[in-house]
Design a protein around this ligand. Structure first.
Ligand code: 8QM
Length: 401
């Protein structure tokens, strides 16, 4: 029988501040506390729910009708307050609009489109790896994690070579803004007046080179699939989320520098490179979280959420949940990391993941044939962001093979 007080939720309440510096630096003990507290936990400090277990994160992401994206992927309800930018027309909409825009993005980022970029991505990776192995002592963030994506991604999207620093600054803003309006948001928004207009200008049709991913999105205007006001915002999504590979590559180098046996396994069998990326993403997820909003009351079994509630989907915790993963804190390239939620799940599953996979495959393949050992040379520094897990500097010594 139903309880006498149907909205009496017996949900756990937590005072944890997921956006405090010390938590962002070392989040995993807090994640465990939240997972153990229940299937959904009320975060008193921000007035939001959090799902920290794998089952609820994965299950909720696959139920877009209950866990809507139309109120935004950030902590604020887009329908109630003005956002710092027009909402994303792919990440922050539900079907049927999502379905139409997703089809355009799917085609622009298809396996066929990626195939056409493969050799250019390989050549850039090999040239960079040659240069870096000759130098030996490098910063794996600046010299690999930033340098490689910036050498291939903007051109693939169709951008010119000027002003590319703005891309990293914009990514900082987008991912800080998913979280609460704290000093981190303030600091990254300080550059908005010059960065945002630059980003907007790059999304125009005549700014994008022929044959590029951006141009492919604009081609869908000619075919009548989308209108001319939608195209620039879909291009903007590439520029918003595309450089999360900087975090991913930095995290990958860190994983191999701290797990030399894994690097040796890759050297012995470079075909492991592709599946290895999933373990890197599971172990240190670049995008740690984003939000959904309940489109109706939700009953997680004695945890009752009303309609219109913001729910933080803590992917970084789901990917370390011992209920799902054996020995979850161990980085192990031999395990099956399939099912991780670092790319999300369900209809919004990362549309650019093949591009990310191509970057990781090419840079790791180029390095694995040239580098015998990656050694941490001095203390890495994190680049704290409300929702991205990443390094700011990672000084390493590349020992040539
Ligand atoms: C991250 O602008 C966008 O379309 C967009 C921004 C951020 C993401 C994805 C898409 C939260 C996963």
């Amino acid at each position: 029988m139903r309880e006498a007080y149907p909205m009496l939720s017996t949900a756990a309440v937590s005072l944890i501040d997921l956006f405090a510096d010390d938590v962002l630096n070392s989040p995993y003990a807090c994640f465990a506390e939240l997972r153990d507290a229940g299937p959904a936990v009320w975060l008193e400090r921000y007035g939001i729910w959090v799902c920290a277990r794998y089952a609820e994160v994965h299950g909720s992401l696959r139920d877009w009708e209950t866990f809507s994206s139309a109120a935004g992927t950030g902590i604020d309800d887009l329908r109630l307050s003005d956002s710092w930018r027009p909402p994303s027309l792919i990440a922050e909409v539900d079907p049927p609009m999502h379905t139409r825009h997703r089809a355009v993005m799917n085609r622009a980022l298809s396996a066929k489109a990626m195939g056409g970029m493969r050799e250019a991505f390989r050549a850039s990776a090999e040239a960079l790896a040659d240069e870096l192995t000759a130098r030996g002592r490098i910063d794996a963030v600046k010299d690999i994690a930033e340098a490689y994506p910036l050498s291939v991604f903007p051109k693939a999207v169709g951008l010119g070579s000027d002003g590319l620093d703005h891309l990293r600054a914009y990514g900082d803003m987008v991912f800080n803004a998913i979280g609460p309006r704290n000093a981190r948001v303030e600091a990254s928004m300080a550059q908005a007046a010059k960065v945002v207009p630059w980003i907007t200008a790059q999304c125009a049709r005549d700014a994008l080179s022929e044959g590029s991913i951006g141009a492919a999105i604009w081609d869908s205007v000619d075919s009548g699939e989308i209108t001319a006001d939608v195209a620039p915002l879909l291009v903007r999504s590439l520029l918003s989320a595309g450089l999360t590979t900087i975090a991913a590559i930095g995290n990958a180098i860190y994983a191999f520098a701290t797990h030399p046996d894994s690097w040796q396994a890759l050297r012995a069998d470079p075909s492991l490179v592709r599946t290895t990326f999933d373990e890197v993403l599971r172990w240190e997820s670049p995008v740690q979280m984003f939000f959904r909003t309940t489109a109706r009351a939700v009953d997680f079994g004695r945890v009752l959420m009303p309609e219109g509630a913001k729910v933080l989907m803590l992917a970084g915790s789901a990917n370390r949940d011992p209920r799902k993963w054996e020995d979850p804190h161990r980085f192990d390239i031999r395990r099956s990391s399939a099912g991780h939620v670092a790319f999300g799940a369900g209809i919004h599953l990362c549309v650019g993941q093949m591009l990310a996979r191509l970057e990781l495959e090419m840079i790791l393949t180029a390095l694995v044939s040239r580098v015998r050992h990656i050694e941490i040379a001095s203390e890495p520094k994190r680049r704290l962001n409300n929702t991205l897990r990443q390094f700011d500097s990672l000084p390493v010594e590349l020992k040539p093979a």
